[in-house]
Design a binder for this molecule. Structure first.
Ligand SMILES: N[C@@H](CCC(=O)N[C@@H](CS)C(=O)NCC(=O)O)C(=O)O
Length: 213
């Protein structure tokens, strides 16, 4: 199986974390950039990364890929066995991606890429982010992992997405919208000390440095 994408991508790194934590043997193609070219759409239907090539098929959408990995490689599980506990992990994951990362993403053009975002969009995003932050504060357990006592897919998502939400909001609003989630900083620092998480961070930084002119 081959994971395709690039190591600067938070969604790509989420899947890398799952692969590495589960100890799944795999190849990587880190040279795939999002594109709407027909040749790339043949590989990734929406032109996004990451995607997984496996057994002659292609899987897109990081959550779908992670759930496939759970089903196909049940060792070192990243989802609890019990259905309700599994659903609670997915709920947290959804909150982090749909109500925080995807919302903050509307700011990235100005926060990270030298573009401009309208004041109206900034106001709208700030308001929506606040709702997501309140939901995260209510759902997250931090005892010691985000969904409870075991490491799960929600930790993989939190680790790659939440620092970007913080950074984008600090750049655009001059404040970290995630500040009210008090245990978050220590939790992310502790998570970053795990071997696989430290590796993904190190390799993301190397990839970022290599991209600079
Ligand atoms: N929902 C997708 C999101 C993936 C995504 O947005 N990837 C970004 C890179 S971090 C991308 O390919 N962006 C290009 C685009 O949206 O066209 C997933 O979970 O895999």
């Amino acid at each position: 199986m081959r994971l395709c994408g690039f190591r600067f991508s938070n969604y790509h790194n989420k899947v890398r974390l799952a692969l590495l934590e589960k100890g799944i043997e795999h190849e990587e193609d880190d040279s795939c950039k999002p594109s709407q070219d027909a040749a790339f759409l043949d590989r990734s239907v929406l032109g996004k990364v990451p995607f997984l090539e496996v057994d002659g098929a292609v899987l897109t959408e990081s959550d779908v890929i992670c759930e496939y990995l759970e089903d196909a490689y049940p060792q070192r599980p990243l989802l609890p066995k019990e259905p309700l506990a599994r659903a609670k992990v997915r709920e947290l994951n959804r909150c982090i991606e749909l109500h925080l990362e995807l919302v903050a993403r509307r700011l990235y053009k100005e926060a990270f890429f030298g573009g401009k975002v309208s004041d109206e969009t900034k106001r709208e995003v700030e308001h929506t982010l606040e709702k997501g932050v309140r939901a995260l504060a209510r759902l997250a357990r931090f005892d010691p992992y985000v969904a409870g006592p075991e490491l799960t897919l929600a930790d993989c998502a939190a680790f790659v997405h939440l620092p970007i939400v913080s950074l984008a909001s600090k750049t655009i609003y001059g404040r970290d919208v995630l500040e009210p989630v008090a245990p978050l900083k220590n939790y992310l620092r502790r998570l970053g000390e795990r071997e696989c998480f430290a590796r993904v961070t190190r390799e993301r930084k190397e990839a970022t440095a290599a991209m600079r002119p």
